[in-house]
Design a protein around this ligand. Structure first.
Ligand SMILES: [Ca+2]
Ligand SMILES: [Cu+2]
Length: 376
């Protein structure tokens, strides 16, 4: 009786429960499909996706050598997204800094700052070393150069007196007779009172000679980037995601119209003494901006693709076996990292961590320096 009344009720209830269940299952299906779709889309980006940095757990092996800090090493995602990872545009910057790939480096000590004029002077006093920029180039080295061009010097930036198209860097770079580490922008300049400024006009062999004397070596590009990221994962800058957190300037870069006038809003028009800006998460200064720094890797724009194609995690990568820059195929170039006081979003925003620079090994400039590392 009640049963008869009850039964249909139950049936209708069951039906509605079934419907509810069906709706729930449909919802679950839609949600999981969306999740799967999102995952698939993410996988399509694949190579441009950063994964967490996994620092090694081991403690520093003993006391840090003077002026150096311990970088734990570990596994991290290396490189920069082609669009600058959040920037609207990043001219010239990162077409050679992809794909993002997984790398592992061992722990090492790293100079907390770029090598300074004061430190380099000690090396020169102790060894009598003569830098490349101080040596007169020979006819054998440059068989086609007119004799009057065979003078010692370095490459120097000079602002232009009017707006120029940013397609020809010879408008602001020139070879200046007598420019060397003691006279960074030419004979009229000097380094008096600038012991704490990064040393400039340093060619690769000069940096190597200093490192050897100091019982150190130059960092690999992977070591430099691991250190620069300061324990963060896939951030745009060595300090985080915002260029000026709370309005604070975090690195020495260029403000104003490039290459006409650097307004120096960050406190420095031109080079700054080391430690003028906050250190990164590992206690390293100037890992972005101020001066470019030599790395020991040969430069090839396709190196990250080579590593990605191999698959897996690249273990302590040391760069390709030989250099090749399609833009200047006859020049032997090594990697530069970090960007300089000339970097700006109008022309070259390579203070963005993960982006790469490059330079002919015998060429020093007035925005290029170096720092050393040491394995335990
Ligand atoms: Ca500046
Ligand atoms: Cu730059």
């Amino acid at each position: 009786m009640t049963r008869r009344l009850w039964k249909p009720q139950k049936t209708s209830q069951q039906r509605s429960k079934t419907e509810v269940r069906r709706i729930i299952f449909t919802l679950i299906a839609v949600v999981s499909f969306s999740a799967a779709l999102a995952q698939w889309l993410h996988a399509q980006e694949g190579s441009s996706a950063f994964e967490p940095t996994l620092p090694n757990k081991a403690r520093a092996p003993g006391k840090a050598p003077e002026g150096m800090v311990w970088i734990p090493g570990g596994e991290f995602s290396m490189g920069a997204s082609t669009n600058g990872h959040g920037m609207d545009e990043m001219p010239m910057a990162s077409n050679d800094a992809g794909p993002i790939h997984r790398v592992r480096v061992d722990g090492f000590w790293m100079d907390a700052t770029p090598v300074t004029n004061g430190q380099f002077e000690k090396f020169v006093k102790a060894t009598g070393y003569v830098t490349i920029a101080e040596r007169t180039p020979t006819q054998e080295e440059f068989p086609t150069a007119p004799a009057e061009n065979l003078v010692a010097g370095g490459v120097v930036f000079a602002p232009t007196d009017h707006d120029v198209p940013l397609t020809d860097h010879y408008q602001w770079w020139s070879y200046v007779k007598g420019a060397n580490w003691r006279h960074p922008i030419g004979l009229q300049s000097d380094i008096k009172g600038k012991e704490n400024y990064p040393v400039l006009q340093i060619a690769y062999p000069d940096a190597e000679a200093y490192a050897k004397w100091a019982g150190k070596r130059l960092p690999t590009e992977a070591e430099f980037e691991f250190a620069a990221r300061g324990g963060l994962s896939g951030k745009t800058y060595v300090w985080g995601e915002e260029f000026r957190p709370n309005g604070k300037w975090m690195a020495n870069t260029w403000q104003g119209k490039f290459p006409v006038k650097d307004t120096g809003d960050d406190g420095y028009a031109g080079i700054a003494p080391v430690k003028s800006f906050s250190p990164n998460g590992y206690g390293l200064y100037d890992m972005a901006g101020n001066v470019w720094e030599w790395c020991s890797d040969w430069y090839r724009p396709d190196y990250y693709k080579t590593l990605t194609d191999k698959g897996g995690v690249a273990n302590n990568p040391k760069g390709p076996d030989s250099p090749f820059d399609p833009a200047e195929p006859n020049e032997k170039k090594r990697v530069h990292r970090g960007g300089s006081f000339l970097c700006n979003e109008q022309y070259c925003s390579r203070y963005i961590v993960g982006t790469r620079g490059k330079g002919e090994v015998n060429t020093g400039t007035n925005h290029l320096g170096f720092r050393c590392v040491k394995s335990p």
